[in-house]
Write a protein of this length. Structure first.
Length: 151
């Protein structure tokens, strides 16, 4: 009798259910933190990367847009990693995401090849706040999905 393909019967839903485990959530959290810190401290100017602060998109500097987008998922990632069960814990998760956004920018003070920029800090914080608002809207519009994959 021929062997069955191991991928038969695996639906997208079952894959998503497996991804919602605490270990995967924590892995995503640590990978995200590592990625952000790497991007904050990597000496891009030494490898010839185009200066994003010289490029504008709809009258906004591209580097500020990149900062905002990088921190947009922060609250959702922090929330899913720590699964706060009450309002105080949710506030602490939100504050932790904001502190992380500030830390990522302030770390650049301690390396000679990067520069601290308050506008980048504001963009980081705006990304967290806008991501938090988006997360709240998502939780209200899709409560079943929210409970299943974030709680």
């Amino acid at each position: 009798m021929p062997e069955k393909n191991n991928l038969e019967g695996i639906s997208m839903l079952s894959v998503l259910q497996q991804l919602s485990t605490r270990k995967v959530r924590r892995f995503v959290f640590y990978a995200y933190v590592f990625f952000i810190l790497f991007m904050a401290l990597f000496p891009f100017s030494t490898v010839g990367v185009t200066r994003l602060d010289e490029v504008y998109v709809v009258n906004y500097r591209l580097d500020h847009l990149v900062h905002l987008l990088a921190f947009f998922p922060a609250y959702a990632i922090f929330f899913s990693a720590f699964v706060p069960t009450n309002m105080v814990m949710r506030i602490l998760v939100f504050l932790s995401a904001l502190v992380f956004a500030a830390l990522a920018e302030h770390l650049q003070i301690f390396v000679s090849y990067r520069f601290y920029n308050p506008a980048d800090l504001y963009s980081n914080m705006a990304g967290v706040v806008i991501g938090w608002i988006g997360f709240q809207i998502f939780a209200a519009v899709f409560p079943e999905i929210f409970r299943k994959y974030f709680c």
